[in-house]
Design a protein around this ligand. Sequence first.
Ligand SMILES: [Zn+2]
Length: 101
Amino acid sequence: MDIWAGYRRRRMLTWAIPAAVVFIASLLALTDRYNGPWVFIAAVITFGVLYFWFERWPCPRCGKPFTHPKRDLTFSQKCCHCGLDLWKQPEHSGTRHQQRH
Ligand SMILES: [Zn+2]
């Protein structure tokens, strides 16, 4: 069980879904079906909601949100609360997380 799987999924979806919306909107812009900038507004709103969701992913060691809002759109390389490095296994996670890939 990868403790970072949830983090990876949230981070991927946070970017992929708005990017897909913009991509589809761009395709529609080439046709007659494009009807205004609302799709881009929707993409921004979608990104905001998803980023908020991504930000709330709890650190595997301290349980507080791993990312920090002030870092904006860059991804934190370590927990801003306990300093756990990205992709590292927390020390006290017990034998269940000792498997190495
Ligand atoms: Zn932490």
